[in-house]
Design a protein around this ligand. Structure first.
Ligand code: ADP
Ligand code: MG
Length: 262
């Protein structure tokens, strides 16, 4: 039985399961995950190492297939799409920041960031200008021509984040995006992510251990041993810092596939 889609949700997981391997070697990484991420919000996913966070966001982003359960992303059940459509849907609507940045070593910082625009057919000059402007906002204006190997870990992480945001995808999924950053760069990254999420048709999901950035979250889902064990909403949590307070200002959008891919 399929429930009707909730138009305020960017992501909805119901009893999602994923195992790796079989027999004695089988690892149940996701053991029936119920998880929602709302449109217009920055949703955090936290939990101990090995509890399944990376597996869950990889399933949500379509980088891994789940073993069982229901998954809706931006109003669509991804399984209903033919493979080619699935690729286009992801390319247009999703940005992913990996734990290992996955930058292309032979391309400059700006060229790496420009990749999603070039793939979408944007002229090279425009793509590089937009990439450069975003790098500038992230404090990397002087390193746009640098190759990844010449950048620090924190700088590479910011390039990876810029690459995930540059095409203004509706859903951005980030694995530990501030882990390698000092406080002020971590704040700059979270402000950029929050700015991307606080938009009626968009959402950002962030996996993090970094309690310094918790005050940016609209909701925090706590994961343990392959399940979501509790979820706190911003107004339930004694947040350490000022909260952007966008709850209630969100205008829910209908999110059918045709609109999402328009
Ligand atoms: N490709 C894989 N093959 C086998 N086991 C895996 C694979 N990816 C993750 N796992 C296992 O699944 C569990 C959850 O891993 P992961 O999602 O990476 O956790 P987290 O991101 O919370 O640290 C761990 O036991 C991990 O060893
Ligand atoms: Mg992980």
């Amino acid at each position: 039985m399929t429930e009707p889609a909730d138009a305020t949700l960017a992501v909805s997981c119901r009893q999602v399961r994923k195992h790796f391997g079989d027999g004695d070697q089988r690892i149940d990484a996701l053991r029936g995950v119920d998880f929602d991420a709302r449109l217009g919000e920055l949703s955090f996913l936290v939990g101990p190492s090995g509890c399944g966070k990376t597996t869950l966001i990889s399933v949500i982003a379509g980088l891994l297939d789940r073993t069982a359960g229901e998954l809706r992303v931006l109003g669509s059940s991804i399984d209903d799409l033919p493979p080619r459509q699935r690729v286009l849907f992801r390319r247009r609507n999703l940005g992913f920041v990996f734990q290992q940045y996955n930058l292309l070593p032979a391309l400059s910082a700006a060229e790496n960031v420009a990749v999603p625009l070039l793939v979408a057919g944007e002229p090279r000059r425009t793509a590089l200008d937009r990439a450069g402007a975003l790098l500038h906002r992230l404090g990397l204006g002087s390193r746009t021509a640098a190759l990844p190997a010449t950048l620090s870990g924190g700088q590479q992480q910011r390039v990876a984040i810029a690459r995930a945001l540059v095409h203004e995808p509706r859903l951005v999924v980030c694995d530990e995006p501030t882990a390698a950053l000092d406080h002020s760069n971590g704040e700059a990254v979270m402000e950029l992510l929050a700015g991307s999420a606080v938009h009626p048709g968009r959402a950002v999901i962030v996996v993090t251990h970094d309690s310094r950035v918790f005050h940016h979250a609209h909701s925090i889902a706590h994961m343990d041993d392959g399940r979501i064990v509790s979820t706190t909403r911003a107004h339930d949590v004694p947040f350490p810092g000022p909260h952007p307070g966008v709850l209630g200002q969100r205008a829910p959008l209908p999110t059918t596939l045709s609109e999402a891919s328009a």
